[in-house]
Design a protein around this ligand. Structure first.
Ligand SMILES: [Mn+2]
Length: 375
C-alpha cells in the first residue's frame, strides 16, 4: 500500500485582505505551515507528495513566496519524497509557463493539456504511476478522454484540478469540468483533486462505492467564507482497491462559526464581548452572528475591537433588532428629542422594503440615538 500526501489550493501569496488586521500575520502563518511539509510527510510516513493546483494564488507570486515553495520542495525530495504537480486555474501555465518549474524545482510537473504516459517511481511499497495534465481549454477541450491506464503493476494515481457539478467553479471557462461519470470512468486507483476548497472524501461525491476521487480542500482558509478544518489529505492507495483517506489539519488558524449569540440579556457591548470571549476557544478566528433585542443601541464596532484583542480577527454579523426591543419602545414614549427620533426612526424601519433596507435604517436609528446620548 502506497501512502500519499495530497495537497491542493494552498494559494501561497494570497493577500488575505479579509483577515485584517492580521492579514500579514496570516501570510506568514501559511508560509510557515507550507515549510513544514517535509515534517508532515515524515510523520505520516508517506511515499510521495502530490500537489493538485492553485499552490499559488496568482501566476506571479512574490519572490519570497517562490523561495519558500522551492525550499520546501527541495527538502521533500532530499528526504526521499518524490513530488508530482499539476497547475491550477490561479497558477495556470497559460498565465506563467515557468512558475511551476521555478518554484517547484525538481518536482514532476505535468505540462501537457492531455494525459500522456505516467511518471513512474519505485517506492518502498512498490511502483507508483502518476498521471496528470495542465488544463488548457484552447488546446484540449475534452482532456479526460485521453486517459489510458498502462499495463503495469503498482498503484495508478491521477492528478486533476477542476470542478465537479456541485462545486462553485463548475461551468466557468477557466475551470476544467469534471462530470462524475467521467471521473468514475477513469481507470485509476486514486484521483487526487484540487479546486474545490472543502475536503471531500470519495464517499461524499454521491458516485457510488468504488469512486476513487478526493478533494484535499484548501490548505488554509483563503477568505472568511472558509470555516472549519483545512489542511491536506493522507491517502492510502493500492492497485484495484478503493483508496482510504484521512484529512489532516495544516495548523493554520481556522475559522470557527460560533452558534448565534443572543445579546438580549447583555447590558452593553462590553458584556457581549465578555460573554463571547468565554465561550470561544482562543486559537480560532470566530464568525459570530449576533441576534436578539438589545436593551441599548448596540454598536457592533465596539464589540469587534474588544474581541480583536483576543482573537486578532473576528467577523461579526449584526442581526440584532433594537427596533423590536422594549427599551426602544420606552424611549419612543418620551417627550424628548430622543423620543421624537425614536418614533421617526421606528416608522422608517417599519416602512423599509426588504431586510437589507430595514437593517440599514435600524443602523441609522442607532447612530442617531447614540449621538443623542442614549445608551
Ligand atoms: Mn483554489
Amino acid at each position: 500500500m502506497i501512502r500519499l500526501l495530497h495537497v491542493a489550493d494552498v494559494h501561497l501569496g494570497a493577500a488575505y485582505s479579509g483577515f485584517q488586521p492580521i492579514a500579514e500575520l496570516r501570510r506568514e502563518e501559511v508560509l510557515d505551515a507550507f515549510r513544514r511539509l517535509p515534517e508532515l510527510a515524515e510523520e505520516a510516513e508517506v511515499h510521495a507528495v502530490v500537489m493538485c493546483g492553485d499552490i499559488f494564488d496568482g501566476p506571479r507570486p512574490p519572490n519570497k513566496v517562490v523561495a519558500v515553495a522551492r525550499e520546501a520542495v527541495r527538502r521533500l525530495q532530499e528526504a526521499g519524497y518524490p513530488v508530482f504537480a499539476v497547475p491550477g486555474n490561479h497558477d495556470a501555465l497559460a498565465l506563467n509557463s515557468t512558475l511551476y518549474e521555478e518554484a517547484l524545482a525538481g518536482a514532476h510537473v505535468f505540462r501537457e493539456p492531455t494525459f500522456g504516459s505516467p511518471a513512474t517511481v519505485e517506492t518502498t511499497a512498490g511502483p507508483l504511476h502518476v498521471y496528470g495534465l495542465a488544463h488548457d481549454r484552447a488546446r484540449a477541450p475534452d482532456p479526460l478522454g485521453s486517459h489510458q491506464r498502462i499495463e503495469a503493476s503498482g498503484a495508478h494515481v491521477v492528478l486533476l484540478h477542476g470542478a465537479v457539478p456541485d462545486a462553485p467553479h463548475w461551468g466557468e471557462p477557466s475551470s476544467l469540468s469534471l462530470p462524475l461519470e467521467r471521473l468514475s470512468g477513469l481507470d485509476a486507483d486514486y484521483i487526487a483533486l484540487g479546486d474545490y476548497h472543502r475536503f471531500r472524501p470519495p464517499a461524499e461525491f454521491g458516485a457510488g462505492e468504488d469512486f476513487s476521487g478526493c478533494y484535499a480542500g484548501s490548505f488554509a482558509a483563503v477568505d472568511l467564507g472558509e470555516d472549519g478544518p483545512r489542511g491536506y489529505v493522507i491517502a492510502e492507495v493500492e492497485a484495484r482497491t478503493p483508496p482510504r483517506v484521512r484529512h489532516a489539519r495544516s495548523g493554520v488558524r481556522e475559522l470557527l462559526r460560533v452558534a448565534d449569540f443572543d445579546v438580549s440579556a447583555c447590558a452593553d457591548e462590553l458584556a457581549v464581548a465578555d460573554a463571547l470571549r468565554e465561550r470561544i476557544p482562543e486559537s480560532v478566528i470566530p464568525l459570530v452572528r449576533l441576534t436578539g433585542e438589545p436593551s441599548f443601541p448596540l454598536e457592533v464596532e465596539k464589540i469587534r475591537l474588544q474581541l480583536e484583542e483576543r482573537f486578532g480577527c473576528v467577523r461579526l454579523e449584526d442581526r440584532t433588532r433594537f427596533f423590536a426591543s422594549t427599551r426602544l419602545a420606552e424611549i419612543a414614549q418620551e417627550r424628548t428629542i430622543a423620543g421624537h427620533v425614536a418614533r421617526l426612526g421606528l416608522r422608517r424601519v417599519e416602512e423599509a422594503e426588504g431586510a437589507e433596507e430595514r437593517r440599514e435604517r435600524e443602523r441609522a436609528l442607532r447612530i442617531a440615538l447614540r449621538s443623542l446620548g442614549v445608551s
